[in-house]
Design a protein around this ligand. Structure first.
Ligand SMILES: NC(=[NH2+])NCCC[C@H]1O[C@@H](n2cnc3c(N)ncnc32)[C@H](O)[C@@H]1O
Length: 441
């Protein structure tokens, strides 16, 4: 249910909007929602968030108020941003806002999940991940003496326990918003670390620490590095609790991309329909493309020999200078030189984070989630093309990637890949510029 408001707009805001063919109020969670401006390629309608066009007296339905200045509203099935200052409450039919949008962070579900063991078991079972954090503490144990540490999103407290067990910090503030915090307190006591580790239950943005800290450590990385956007909490905590000159762990992060072949996934989801049980099911292939290839495949394991070019870092984050506002839209460019003739099925992405030493000149610890490093629970993320393209050694694949944070669902983003293939051969696909939007929800 949404609350109707009237526009008091002086004149028309003339903005490009693409109508959605929806009689019912749009389901904002619908990843195929078409809003704002956009473009079309390979029958895929892109989806950009932009402002909504409306006239004086129009009745808008407000879905969400992500900020005091801009609201997320709908007019005759078209969804977009509206300047809140031009709107007034419609006296008739006071209706409640869509309750599902009251929690754009979906914290109840998010922290509910982290209140159970399933995700913590997965993370603790990830040796590459957990050993990397252990190595950071071990290799900085001397410098950690008498330091004050904040472990943001400590979960079961593993990093805090490493600090207390392998070094002599003066205090570790282990901050955990989910109900797991109650058990984390027990684990801290059970392991004799309660002199050093204090568990604080609450969101890092809201809790109060008694003092600033020297080191802010967190394991905040999600699929494709940013999904869940826990990184926003880390930046807010940095700005509030990390002393000047303090240390961020991780210190930096990078998102890496590579063009790849994905024969088995393509066979499993697309080729399958060619002759199942001797029958021709190819009319279902457009459906399969829409259902399986319009969203990323998380937990994909790419074989290094499926990489068609040298991987390229497309987005780099400096955790000391990154701002929350930067997270709304991040762009990167890539230029790949195809190293072998193959079928180009899509792009695979992964991330690397680095932990600079507390000591000048000390060794940096790296956690690389790519195909040439130890397996992690993130694995890699596969973005499939609508349809595969044959490429030859010497071809180049150049383009841009845009990570666009969802203006309503604050833990979600869309990934837009735009590329062209310049071929050493006159492959008909080479002339085509492609743009693909993938919804991570
Ligand atoms: N690498 C990830 N993607 N997730 C791994 C860390 C997630 C842990 O941090 C907790 N957590 C996440 N955000 C917050 C926050 N803002 N404040 C406190 N705890 C948090 C969450 O409850 C979970 O226990």
């Amino acid at each position: 249910m949404m609350r109707p408001v009237r526009s008091m707009l002086p004149g028309q805001i003339s903005l490009e909007v693409a109508p959605i063919r929806s009689e019912r109020p749009a389901n904002l969670r619908d990843p195929n929602l078409k809003t704002g401006g956009g473009g079309i390629s390979n029958n895929r309608v892109t989806c950009f968030v932009s402002q909504l066009s409306f006239s004086r007296g129009d009745r808008l339905l407000v879905h969400a108020k992500p900020s005091s200045e801009w609201w997320w509203a709908e007019l005759q099935g078209v969804i977009g941003y509206v300047p809140a200052g031009y709107l007034s409450q419609d006296a008739a039919g006071e209706e409640e806002e869509d309750p599902s949008i009251e929690d754009p962070w979906q914290d109840e579900e998010y922290f509910g999940n982290y209140g159970t063991l399933r995700l913590h078991l997965e993370m603790l079972s990830d040796k590459s991940r957990t050993e990397a954090y252990r190595q950071v503490i071990l290799s900085n144990s001397a410098s950690l003496s008498s330091k004050r540490v904040m472990d943001l999103g400590c979960g079961t407290g593993i990093i805090s326990l490493f600090c207390a067990q392998l070094a002599r910090p003066s205090m570790v503030y282990a901050v955990e918003a989910s109900s797991m915090a109650e058990y984390t307190r027990q684990l801290v006591k059970q392991n004799g670390c309660d002199e050093v580790v204090t568990v604080l239950q609450g969101r890092a943005e809201e809790i109060e620490l008694p003092e600033q800290v020297d080191v802010l450590v967190s394991e905040w990385m999600g699929n494709c590095l940013l999904f869940e956007f826990m990184v926003e909490s880390v930046l807010l905590a940095r700005d509030r609790w990390l002393r000047d000159g303090g240390t961020m762990w991780p210190s930096s992060a990078a998102l890496t991309l590579v063009p790849c072949q994905a024969d088995s996934y393509y066979a499993e989801k697309m080729a399958f329909w060619e002759r199942p049980y001797g029958l021709d099911f190819t009319p279902l292939q457009p459906l399969a493309q829409q259902e399986f290839f319009t969203k990323p495949k998380f937990s994909h394991i790419i074989d290094p020999c499926d990489c068609l070019a040298a991987p390229c870092d497309v987005i780099s984050l400096d955790m000391y200078t990154l701002q929350v506002g930067d997270l709304e839209q991040m762009k990167g460019q890539f230029h790949f030189c195809v190293e072998k003739s193959a079928v180009f099925h899509g792009f695979t992405a992964w991330f690397t984070v680095c932990f600079k030493s507390l000591e000048a000149g000390g060794a940096t610890v790296e956690l690389n989630t790519g195909p040439n490093s130890g397996p992690t629970h993130w694995k890699q993320t596969l973005f499939m093309l609508d349809r595969p393209v044959s490429v030859c050694a010497g071809d180049s694949i150049s383009g841009t990637i845009v990570l666009q944070r969802n203006p309503v669902w604050r833990r979600h983003m869309t990934v837009t890949l735009h590329w062209t293939i310049k071929g050493s051969t006159d492959n008909p696909d080479n002339a085509q510029a492609n743009i693909f939007i993938y919804y991570m929800h």
